[in-house]
Ligand binder design. Structure first.
Ligand SMILES: Nc1nc2c(ncn2[C@@H]2O[C@H](COP(=O)(O)OP(=O)(O)OP(=O)(O)O)[C@@H](O)[C@H]2O)c(=O)[nH]1
Ligand SMILES: [Mg+2]
Length: 254
């Protein structure tokens, strides 16, 4: 069989089920660290439930993803997950989900591994959203997930500090309401609502413009230029205000 013939014959097995996200649909990629429970507790012993060093590695990984050739207008991270909202007209890799999932998980895994100095792996999945309301709801969903997880994590770690085993702490948690969990922390001197917002809501990253002064040696003049940089927002709004915050990106980016 000639190479061209073999190439055509075999290529179909690789590409026949390729899926492209339709034009007009919003793309959000969500990456999640693989087995980060083990990585953060057994292997590297980050502070629990929240460690600023771990958070900063996640934020730097999001910045790397926003700078790797795909037009991402908003990044969000909480715990070991990252969500990336693409510009509506972004068409890298012809919007092929196979390429987007593999390239983004590869870039995130490579960057985080370099920051950590050890192997770390992320998976990636794509949501295809029909309108701005669902995009805002998506981020509201992740924000509320962060909130729920942070309350649970704090309670769990205080129960462990009280001397309960992992199994016992988990079983105690099962019987507690949200009010009980707040009370459990209150009894130990923690007012949950006063904890840093990045722990309760996650953090957002977006592009902002700024004026950069420079010197033009040809004209001997100081000149200004508009540049963009990524802003890290560690004090995100919550609930309906967060929906509105996301809608603003969508209004300015379309
Ligand atoms: N110590 C510590 N752990 C963290 C921090 N942020 C996230 N984690 C941990 O990261 C893990 C994320 O949870 P999951 O993604 O559900 O669990 P996983 O072990 O990664 O499992 P898979 O995602 O299914 O592979 C949890 O165990 C969190 O406690 C942190 O700042 N400090
Ligand atoms: Mg994970």
């Amino acid at each position: 069989m000639k190479f061209e013939e073999l190439d055509n014959r075999m290529r179909v097995f690789e590409t026949a089920h390729d899926h492209c996200v339709l034009p007009g649909l919003y793309i959000i990629a969500r990456l999640d660290g693989r087995s980060f429970t083990r990585l953060t507790k057994d292997v590297h012993k980050f502070e629990a439930p929240f460690d600023e060093r771990f958070r900063d590695m996640m934020l730097t990984t999001v910045e790397h993803l926003m700078n790797c050739g795909i037009d991402i207008i908003y990044g969000y991270t909480q715990s070991d997950e990252i969500s990336l909202l693409f510009a509506l007209d972004e068409s890298s890799f012809n919007r092929k989900t196979r390429k987007l999932n593999s390239v983004l998980s590869g870039e995130a895994s490579a960057k985080f591994s370099l920051l950590l100095g050890d192997i770390a792996c992320f998976d990636c999945r794509i949501s295809q959203l029909p309108n701005t309301t669902e995009v805002a709801n998506y981020f509201r969903w992740r924000s509320e997930d962060a909130h729920r997880n942070s309350l649970n994590s704090y309670c769990y770690w205080y129960l462990r500090k009280d001397g309960h085993t992992a199994t016992k702490a988990t079983s105690i948690m099962k019987g507690l309401s949200v009010a009980d969990k707040n009370e459990l922390l209150f009894q130990r001197g923690i007012i949950y609502n006063h904890l840093p917002n990045w722990q309760k809501r996650g953090s957002g990253l977006y592009w902002e413009e700024y004026e950069k002064m420079g010197f033009n040696p040809q004209t001997n003049e100081t000149v200004s230029a508009i540049r963009r940089r990524i802003k890290r927002e560690l004090d995100l709004p919550m609930k309906e205000e967060y929906n509105q915050f996301i809608e603003i990106f969508l209004t300015y980016s379309n």
